[in-house]
Design a protein around this ligand. Structure first.
Ligand SMILES: Nc1ncnc2c1ncn2[C@@H]1O[C@H](COP(=O)(O)OP(=O)(O)O)[C@@H](O)[C@H]1O
Ligand SMILES: [Mg+2]
Length: 225
């Protein structure tokens, strides 16, 4: 499903954030991307959702090289993936329901269909009962669950989560990871960056370790170290 071929990324300050990345991720996999702060995890994720472009090399998703995607095709690409952020990025003045419905309201589907999809996504993350509250009334873990519902509401084949538990305590982190695992079990490819070694050790998924912009380890059913 995803291929990186000889991918480098250099930001303006001349530092290489990624160096010669070669990587294959198959449809249906659950992958942890781990490594110290500054190792290149977020850069790798940003190349996937086209927030950044590689300096050289190709990034292919579903057979399409997205390294030089024209700007008008980026929204199409994003519709095929859900993105979850460390800081949730919720709209504070909107209800949980409206946060989740926001993007699919632009797709020209009926309000009945929107309601069915939003309700379904909120049930998966266990927040159906809180659809009418605003983010400020929720705990951090609940806010991240809204972020996950928003990411999956359109039924994407791929979910990308960049440090989704970075602001959460161990209990909430575990709940979030379990939800991501359940989503993976529905057949969605899930890529999670983290430096939470306890989570990685618990779930025993494929672990790809970045160090200073390079892949230094890539193992199945792995631990953090
Ligand atoms: N927008 C940017 N401009 C310049 N340098 C950046 C930018 N974003 C990240 N970097 C640098 O790229 C390297 C990798 O960063 P990042 O991908 O954010 O790593 P991680 O997510 O693993 O902490 C770091 O040295 C970081 O300082
Ligand atoms: Mg990061």
């Amino acid at each position: 499903m995803i291929q990186f071929r000889s991918v480098t990324k250099k930001y303006k300050n001349d530092n290489y954030a990624l160096k010669n990345i070669n990587l294959d991720i198959m449809s249906g996999e659950f992958v942890f991307i781990v490594g110290a702060s500054g190792a290149g995890k977020s850069t790798l994720m940003k190349l996937l959702y086209n927030e950044e472009r590689p300096t050289s090399g190709t990034v292919t998703i579903g057979g399409i090289n997205i390294a030089n995607l024209s700007n008008e095709k980026v929204p199409n690409l994003r519709r095929c993936m859900g993105i979850v952020f460390q800081d949730y990025k919720l709209l504070q003045n909107m209800s949980v329901y409206d946060n989740v419905a926001y993007v699919i309201r632009t797709l020209g589907i009926s309000s009945k269909e929107i309601n069915a999809r939003v309700s379904g996504a909120l049930k998966i993350v266990g927040l159906y009962d809180k659809m009418n509250v605003t983010p400020a009334e929720l705990s951090g873990g609940e806010q991240q669950r809204v972020g996950i519902a928003r990411a999956i509401v359109n039924g994407p084949p791929l979910l990308i989560a960049d440090e989704p538990t970075g602001n959460l305590d161990p209990k909430n982190s575990m709940e979030i990871m379990q939800i991501l695992d359940q989503i993976n079990q529905r057949g969605i490819t899930v890529i999670v960056s983290t430096h939470d070694n306890a989570m990685v050790d618990y779930f025993r998924k494929r672990v790809i370790t970045l160090d200073n912009g390079e892949i230094v380890r890539d193992i199945q059913a792995g631990t953090y170290e």
